[in-house]
Design a protein around this ligand. Structure first.
Ligand SMILES: Nc1ncnc2c1ncn2[C@@H]1O[C@H](COP(=O)(O)OS(=O)(=O)O)[C@@H](OP(=O)(O)O)[C@H]1O
Length: 306
């Protein structure tokens, strides 16, 4: 990206070194002192949905010079033990930022955890919320793929699936012995987006939440990012020059003025083949649920019905 992208960030890094350096002069002429970056509570949150591209979205937004990101998933609002540590602890997990920059954090389980909307409102009732979603059956298969590959240290934030579950085929987990859909199976339950979204909309006005189409973000990130820049009130800076398609990975990778970077191998995993009849059955099951989601967000995402 043009040098502007790195400028704010480089400045932030350089400035943080000056601030933390023990030999830094104590007193300087106030008028000459450059602006100081400080840690701020996030003004925007990526609240979920798990496996819909939350990491990709955060990394893509970080291409913008006015965005700073929390590096890991902080899980402040969804884990009682973290929430009990208070807002100062949460702030301490945030990156340095200059005035006017937007700090963004993502923890995908915020979306599905009942206490979170109220807790977020208590922090900042005008926080901007980004909800990235994918076609629900694809998301469920992605979730299954992650749980199956689990037991690896790559996803320590999520509980391991019950013993034996990860080894079973998706078809047997998603459909019960009597042929009905297993809504108790977490990857299916989390794809019932409306059942979690309504809680958020009881707490926040609709305009404060932007729904990002994760399937479109994969196919063509720039138009989605433009919408988000507008929503966040920042200039359109992220463009086609910031992406290149990596044929081996099968996904877009990111580029700025200093580096090219693809997401880790745990992002963009190959999914197992799922019986097409099961996919169709699941898609039909989701039709009415998707409809309820469309009604809540006032937008039809056009997900396939079989
Ligand atoms: N550019 C790019 N590169 C790689 N992967 C991409 C990209 N854009 C979106 N995705 C999709 O992100 C999916 C992982 O979603 P999350 O980051 O939300 O997962 S997690 O909940 O944090 O574990 C991941 O899901 P899987 O394909 O199942 O691995 C990807 O499909």
């Amino acid at each position: 990206m043009a040098s502007a992208v790195g400028e704010g960030r480089k400045l932030a890094q350089a400035e943080s070194r000056v601030i933390s350096h023990p030999m830094a002069p104590r007193k300087r002429n106030r008028q000459l002192r450059p602006p100081r970056p400080v840690k701020r509570l996030p003004q925007a949150l990526i609240i979920g949905v798990r496996k819909c591209g939350t990491r990709a979205l955060l990394e893509m937004l970080y291409l913008h010079p006015m965005v700073q990101k929390a590096s890991g998933e902080v899980h402040f609002f969804d884990r009682d033990e973290n929430y009990a540590l208070g807002l100062d602890w949460y702030r301490s997990k945030m990156p340095l930022s200059f005035k006017g920059q937007i700090t963004i954090e993502k923890s995908p389980s915020y979306f599905v955890t009942p206490e979170v909307p109220e807790r977020v409102r208590a922090m900042n009732s005008s926080v901007r919320l980004l909800l990235i979603v994918r076609e629900p059956v694809t998301r469920a298969i992605s979730d299954y793929t992650q749980l199956r590959s689990r037991a690896t240290p790559s996803a320590p934030a999520h509980p391991a699936p019950p013993a034996g579950e990860a080894a079973r085929p998706f078809e047997h987990l998603a459909i019960t012995a009597d042929g009905s859909i297993n809504v108790a199976y977490r990857p299916i339950a989390i794809s019932l987006y409306h059942s979690y979204l309504h809680r958020w909309l009881e707490v926040f006005p609709r305009e404060q939440l932007l729904v990002v189409n994760g399937d479109r973000l994969i196919e063509d990130p720039v138009p989605q990012l433009r919408r988000i820049e507008t929503f966040l009130g920042i200039e359109h800076k992220i463009g086609r020059r910031n992406f290149y398609f990596n044929e081996t990975k099968g996904f877009y990778c990111l580029r700025n003025d200093t580096t090219d970077k693809c997401l880790r191998e745990t992002k963009g995993r190959k999914h197992p083949r799922v019986d097409p009849a099961v996919v169709t059955k699941l898609r039909r099951f989701f039709v009415q649920h998707n409809q309820r989601f469309y009604e809540l967000v006032g937008e039809d995402l056009g997900w396939p019905e079989d």
